[in-house]
Design a protein around this ligand. Structure first.
Ligand code: ADP
Ligand code: ZN
Length: 285
C-alpha cells in the first residue's frame, strides 16, 4: 500500500491506494498555509499506516531536479506562505522509511490520463490545464518531461490575436499565454468571470485562438499523439472543438500525428486525475 497527496491551489487531497493508481480511501480539505496543510495530510495518512512510498502531485514552480535537500522546494509562487517551503523536509521527517516521489500537478494529470483516461495507453501525451494559471504536463515516450526545472508552457509567448491590445495579466511577462488566456486573464479582459461568459460571446473565439497556438507549439516541439485540455476554463461549452478547428487551420496538415479528430480531448478522469496521478508517479519515477 502507498499514499498519495495532491496539493492544489484551493484544495488538498490525501489518499491511500496502489501503485497502479487504484484508490482505497481519500480525504479532501482546503489548502491553507503550508505547515497546516501538510500536518493534516500527514496525520490522516499516519492513522492508516506507514506507506511503503509516498507520491506527491503539487502546484509549482517546484524544484524536482534531484532528490537532495531542496527536492520539492517551492519557488516563486503567488500563494501566500508557500514560496521557499520544502515539501520534502516535512514529508521525509514524517515518513523516514517511505520512498518519496514529487511531481508537478500537470505531469501527474498527464500520467493519469494516459494510464486510464482520455489518452489511455498513449506514451506521448500533453495535458494542458486552463484555470487560475496555465500549465502543461508532458509524457514523452512514456517518461514525464522535467528538463532542468519543469516545463512552464503557460509562459511562452503566442502571436497576438489580430487587433488585440490587451496587455495581459502575467506579473512576469504581461501577455504570455497565461497572461492572455488564463481564468484571471479572461475576467480582466471581459469584466466577467469565464464561468459566466455565454457560449456565443466573442471571448471564446479569442480564447480558442490562443489555445490553438499553444497546442500548435506543443505539436511542433514535443509531438504528443494526444493533447488533453482540462482545468476550470476548459469546461466552457464547445471549447475543445473550437480549438481543434483553429489548430487544423494553423497546422496546415503538416503534422501527421495530429490529424485525427480526437487529437484534442477533454480529460476523462475529472476530479480524480490529480490524486490518481500522485499514486502513479511512484512507479513512474
Ligand atoms: P485552479 O486553477 O485554481 O484549480 P480551476 O481549474 O477550477 O482553478 O479554474 C478556475 C477558472 O475556471 C475560473 O476562472 C472560472 O471562471 C473558470 N470556470 C469554471 N467553470 C467554468 C465553466 N463552466 N466555463 C468556463 N469557465 C469556467
Ligand atoms: Zn508569464
Amino acid at each position: 500500500m502507498i499514499a498519495g497527496i495532491e496539493f492544489g491551489g484551493t484544495k488538498t487531497v490525501a489518499a491511500m491506494g496502489h501503485r497502479n493508481g487504484g484508490l482505497i480511501e481519500e480525504f479532501r480539505y482546503p489548502t491553507t498555509h503550508p505547515q497546516g496543510t501538510l500536518a493534516v495530510a500527514i496525520e490522516w495518512i499516519r492513522q492508516r499506516g506507514i506507506p511503503e512510498a509516498l507520491g506527491v502531485a503539487a502546484f509549482g514552480p517546484i524544484i524536482l531536479a534531484d532528490h537532495g535537500d531542496d527536492y520539492g522546494g517551492m519557488l516563486a509562487t503567488p500563494k501566500p506562505g508557500w514560496e521557499g517551503f520544502s515539501l520534502s523536509a516535512s514529508l521525509r521527517a514524517a515518513f523516514p522509511g517511505s520512498r518519496l516521489v514529487i511531481e508537478t500537478d500537470v505531469n501527474a494529470a498527464a500520467l493519469a490520463e494516459s494510464h486510464s483516461g482520455a489518452a489511455r495507453g498513449l506514451a506521448d501525451v500533453a495535458y494542458i490545464t486552463i484555470g487560475t494559471g496555465i500549465g502543461a504536463g508532458i509524457l514523452s515516450g512514456g517518461r514525464l518531461v522535467h528538463g532542468a526545472l519543469h516545463p512552464e508552457v503557460g509562459h511562452f509567448k503566442v502571436p497576438v490575436f489580430p487587433g488585440d491590445d490587451f496587455a495581459g495579466v502575467c506579473s512576469f511577462h504581461g501577455n504570455c499565454l497565461e497572461g492572455l488566456a488564463s481564468g484571471p486573464a479572461i475576467a480582466a479582459r471581459w469584466g466577467v468571470e469565464a464561468s459566466a461568459l455565454p457560449p456565443g460571446h466573442k471571448a471564446w473565439e479569442v480564447q480558442a485562438w490562443y489555445l490553438a497556438h499553444g497546442v500548435l507549439a506543443l505539436a511542433a516541439i514535443v509531438a504528443p499523439s494526444r493533447v488533453v485540455i482540462g482545468g476550470g476554463v476548459s469546461q466552457a461549452d464547445g471549447l475543445h472543438q473550437r480549438v481543434e478547428t483553429i489548430f487544423r487551420k494553423l497546422s496546415g496538415g503538416y503534422f501527421p500525428h495530429a490529424e485525427g479528430t480526437d487529437y484534442i480531448m477533454p480529460p476523462a478522469l475529472g476530479q480524480q486525475a490529480g490524486i490518481c496521478g500522485a499514486l502513479l508517479v511512484v512507479a513512474a519515477n
